[in-house]
Design a protein around this ligand. Structure first.
Ligand SMILES: [Zn+2]
Length: 130
């Protein structure tokens, strides 16, 4: 059975993420990997971003999933494409999560020039823009 990420995994019952499209076996394997890395003191700040971006399955129907995938992809791009240091990623992710929530709320209703100005000010406050 192929998971949304392309991994061939066993069909099994079990928990999965609330809105990521990972099959239970893939979600379990990911959890086991993260537990092993953590037990060995390995920090893996981008693993969650990569895993989440590879499981976008329900993004067309679920607003949380769209925002989540967008933020994870932005974080990966900020690091790999623009060289943002790992030490800045948590702050960037937090601010993009807040910005994504504001954008999604604004896009759910007609925008105004005032709303767009507020978004521009928020964008300028990001650490990578200072
Ligand atoms: Zn998967």
């Amino acid at each position: 059975m192929n998971c949304d990420c392309g991994a061939a995994v066993a069909s099994e019952d079990g928990p999965s993420h609330a809105y990521m499209s990972a099959l239970p076996a893939c979600w379990r394997s990911y959890g086991e990997l993260m537990a092993r890395l953590s037990a060995h003191g390995v920090s893996a700040p981008l693993h969650m971003d990569a895993y989440a971006a590879q499981h976008p399955g329900n993004a067309l129907q679920d607003r949380r999933q769209r925002g989540s995938v967008a933020v994870h992809l932005i974080v990966l791009g900020a690091h790999f494409d623009f060289g943002l240091p790992l030490s800045h990623l948590f702050s960037v992710k937090r601010q993009f999560n807040l910005a994504a929530a504001r954008w999604l709320a604004r896009l759910a209703r007609p925008g105004t020039a005032e709303n767009m100005g507020g978004t521009a000010r928020s964008w300028d406050s990001l650490p990578c823009r200072r």
